[in-house]
Write a protein that binds this ligand. Structure first.
Ligand code: FA5
Length: 346
C-alpha cells in the first residue's frame, strides 16, 4: 500500500513536468486530488484496513499529502513566473542589479520655491497654508473685491456648486466655492487665526481661466507674503523685498517700485528688478511681484484694529521666477515632464 502512495508522488512529479499553463495545471491537479483522483482513492482505503494498521497508514497519508501539495505549489509558482514574464515581454530576474542607478532631483519649480521660502524663513517668516478650494468671501470679499468689482474680471476661475461638501474648510455663509485664483486668501485665514505681530509666507497652487501661452498657465504657483506689526511703512516693505531680490538674483541687483492697483493694498506697487548676471535677461527690467501696504479695509474684515496695526503684503509667481533663474522661455516646459529639460537643472 505504501508502494502505491510512493507511486502517486512519483507520478505527480512526472506528470507536472509536462504542465505549462493554468488550465493544464487545474486539470492535472484534479487527477490527483479531485474527487476521483488517485490520492483521494488511496485515502478511502483507510476504511478497509484492520484497526492496528490505520494509525500508521494515516500518518503516511499526511506525509504524502504534504509532498504532493509542495509539488503542486512549485509547479504553480513556475506557471505564475512564466505568465508574468510573458506579460512583460521579457524574462525578469529580480535579483539583477538596476542597470543604471536612477538619481532623482528636485523639479525646477520646487527648487525655486525652496530658494524663495528659504530667504524669507531666514528673515523670521513662517510658512502658512491655505486650501486650494476657497470660498468667495476669503478669495475676494474679505480682500476688498466685492462681487461687482472689475478686478474680478482678471481672476475668473472655476466655481463649484454651493452644496459641495468640503470637510472642515470654513466659509462665512453659503457663498460659492471656487478654485482659488491667488494665494492672498491665506492673508485672511492668517489674520483671523493669529494675533499680530506676524510674518508669514504661503506657497501654493492657484487656478485661473487664463489662455495658456509662453508665460501663462491655467494652473500655476504663487508665494504670498504678509508682515503685520506696529508702525510698518513702505520703507519696511522695500527693505525686505530688496533683500529678497539680492539674495536670489545676486548682490548687484537693483529694484524699483511702480505704482499699481490691488483692492487689498493701498498704496499698491509692482516691483521690478534688474541684475547683471542673468544671461540673455541681464540688465533688463523684469517685473517680479505685486505688493503694497495692507488696506485698512482688509484689517476691518478680519477684526484687526487698523489704528494699532499696519503691514505690507506681496504675491509673486513661482513659475515666472523659475523662468528667470533657469532661462526657460516657455512656462509649459515646467509641466511637460520631459527629462531632457528637467535633467539640466538636476
Ligand atoms: C495677485 O495675484 C495678487 N494676489 C498679488 C498680491 C499679493 C499683490 C499681495 C499685493 C499684495 P497678480 O494677478 O498680478 O496679483 O499675480 C501675481 C503673480 O502671479 C504674477 O506676477 C505672475 O507672476 C503670477 N501669475 C498670475 N497669473 C498667472 C498665470 N496665468 N500663469 C502663471 N503665472 C501667473
Amino acid at each position: 500500500m505504501s508502494d502505491s502512495l510512493e507511486n502517486i508522488v512519483a507520478q505527480t512529479a512526472q506528470g507536472l513536468e509536462a504542465v505549462r499553463t493554468r488550465p493544464e495545471f487545474e486539470a492535472f491537479k484534479a487527477t490527483v486530488m479531485g474527487p476521483n483522483g488517485s490520492f483521494t482513492a488511496s485515502r478511502k482505503l483507510i476504511g478497509t484496513l484492520p484497526n492496528d494498521q490505520k494509525k500508521a497508514f494515516g500518518q503516511r497519508l499526511n506525509e504524502v499529502k504534504e509532498q504532493i501539495e509542495a509539488l503542486l505549489s512549485q509547479s504553480l509558482g513556475r506557471i505564475e513566473e512564466a505568465e508574468l514574464a510573458a506579460s512583460l515581454g521579457v524574462p525578469v530576474d529580480v535579483t539583477l542589479p538596476c542597470p543604471e542607478p536612477v538619481r532623482g532631483s528636485l523639479h525646477p519649480l520646487t527648487q525655486a520655491r525652496e530658494q524663495i521660502t528659504g530667504v524669507f524663513r531666514r528673515l523670521g517668516f513662517s510658512v502658512a497654508e491655505g486650501p486650494e478650494i476657497e470660498s468667495d468671501w476669503y478669495c475676494f470679499e474679505a480682500l476688498n473685491v466685492p462681487a461687482d468689482h472689475p478686478a474680478r474680471d482678471m481672476q475668473d476661475t472655476y466655481f463649484l456648486p454651493k452644496e459641495t461638501r468640503l470637510g472642515n474648510i470654513t466659509r462665512v455663509g453659503d457663498e460659492p466655492w471656487l478654485m482659488r485664483t491667488h494665494t492672498s486668501p491665506v492673508q485672511i485665514r492668517t489674520l483671523l487665526a493669529e494675533k499680530p505681530p506676524l510674518r508669514i509666507i504661503s506657497p501654493g497652487r492657484c487656478f485661473r481661466r487664463d489662455a495658456v501661452d509662453a508665460t501663462h498657465s491655467a494652473n500655476f504657483h504663487q508665494i504670498e507674503g504678509l508682515y503685520v506689526d506696529k508702525h510698518v511703512t513702505v520703507r519696511d516693505l522695500k527693505a525686505v523685498l530688496d533683500h529678497f531680490v539680492r539674495e536670489v538674483f545676486g548682490p548687484k541687483s537693483e529694484t524699483r517700485l511702480r505704482p499699481s492697483f490691488f483692492p487689498f493694498t493701498e498704496p499698491s506697487f509692482e516691483m521690478d528688478f534688474r541684475s547683471p548676471n542673468l544671461g540673455r535677461l541681464s540688465n533688463k527690467w523684469l517685473e517680479i511681484m505685486g505688493c503694497g501696504m495692507v488696506d485698512p479695509e482688509v484689517f476691518r474684515h478680519c477684526k484687526v484694529d487698523d489704528s494699532e496695526w499696519s503691514g505690507f503684503a506681496f504675491g509673486l509667481g513661482v513659475e515666472r521666477i523659475a523662468m528667470i533663474l533657469t532661462g526657460a522661455d516657455d512656462i509649459r516646459q515646467f509641466y511637460a515632464n520631459d527629462l531632457r529639460f528637467l535633467r539640466q537643472f538636476a
